[in-house]
Design a protein. Structure first.
Length: 138
């Protein structure tokens, strides 16, 4: 019994050691680019750079942490947001079109399927009006 406990202790110490090495070698949280998110562009090969290139759109922009303009986003783009999905995205677009656009978060909250948690998610991932992150939808 003591031999088995000792073996388990050695395995546990080994796993903790591997975790410490992985944490030490893991990339830090510092940005990879030396420009603000709204200045990130994609070069001709699709690599993110600062300066010249095209503004990222759709899933690329979402992956870069850009915020979506809720008043011009497509149903497909809204469905990319965590917890939204295709049916809520469709209801958001229908409500937006019927109202001529969202001007308040209360209007967004009134859409069927948007509760307190979804509203917080939408507020974190979207803006009402032109996004400060990039031109167009993103």
């Amino acid at each position: 019994m003591a031999g088995r406990t000792a073996a388990l202790a050695v395995v546990a110490l080994g796993v903790m050691g591997l975790g410490a090495v992985a944490r030490w070698r893991w990339p830090d949280a510092a940005p990879a680019l030396d420009c603000p998110p709204e200045a990130v562009r994609l070069d001709s090969e699709g690599v993110a750079t600062c300066g010249e290139g095209v503004a990222p759109t759709g899933a690329q922009a979402l992956a870069l942490g850009h915020r979506l303009d809720l008043n011009v986003a497509t149903e497909k783009e809204l469905a990319l947001l965590s917890g939204v999905g295709p049916s809520l995205a469709r209801r958001l677009v229908e409500a937006r079109d019927a109202a001529g656009g969202f001007s308040t978060w209360e209007q967004v909250d009134a859409v069927a399927g948007v509760g307190a948690a979804k509203l917080k998610t939408l507020q974190a991932a979207t803006v009402l009006g032109s996004s400060p992150d990039a031109g167009g939808v993103w």
